[in-house]
Design a protein around this ligand. Structure first.
Ligand code: AMP
Length: 178
């Protein structure tokens, strides 16, 4: 796929916040990206075009920064939107998976009736760091017997090798690499 022409503006709009949320972490703040209407639209349309012909039936997005592009993608791809959330946030019966991420540990949940084995899933989060979070989301999706899972991220921190936890089984695409 062609290099998108919004890439330089996207890169320069990502704000680095040192030592957030913990000392030693360089946090990639995407709020200036999401607040820019041209960038927001360009990114969503670019990703939608990439996945338009794969027969995706559900976009599964990870709380909370994944919900922003994830929701737009579900609309553009005309799929359903499925939230993966932190513990205690989803009201009905859930599956749950523990994970560790760049700056801590946690668990993620999905409603037990959110998907079925015939779904073709596009998993989305804002950023791929160590891959622990996305890997836990993949485990949740697999609880439904789903075989076709694609994944996309706005940002990938290459030095943390997160994609190694997903590939080759789960294809990974990131718009921007650092
Ligand atoms: P990981 O599980 O290590 O791949 O971490 C990915 C998750 O943590 C995503 O939901 C990100 O929003 C968040 N995250 C991890 N590291 C960073 C970072 N340096 N900047 C912004 N978000 C991050």
């Amino acid at each position: 796929m062609q290099h998108p022409n919004f890439l330089p503006e996207l890169k320069s709009s990502i704000r680095n916040i040192p030592d957030y949320p913990k000392p030693g972490i360089l946090f990639k703040d995407l709020t200036p990206v999401f607040s820019n209407p041209d960038l927001l639209g360009s990114i969503a349309h670019f990703l939608a075009a990439k996945y338009a012909h794969l027969g995706i039936t559900k976009v599964v997005a990870i709380e909370s920064r994944g919900f922003i592009i994830g929701g737009i993608l579900a609309h553009l791809l005309q799929t359903g939107f499925i939230p993966v959330r932190k513990p205690g946030k989803l009201p009905a019966e859930v599956f749950s998976e523990n994970y560790s991420l760049e700056y801590g540990t946690g668990s993620l949940e999905i409603h037990t009736d959110a998907l079925d084995s015939h779904d073709r899933v596009l998993l989305h989060d804002d950023l791929l760091a160590t891959g622990g979070t996305a890997q836990a989301a993949v485990r949740l999706i697999k609880r439904f017997g789903i075989e076709e899972i694609h994944s996309c991220f706005l940002v990938e921190l290459d030095f943390l090798s997160g994609r190694k936890k997903l590939e080759p089984e789960i294809p990974v695409f990131s718009v921007v690499h650092f």
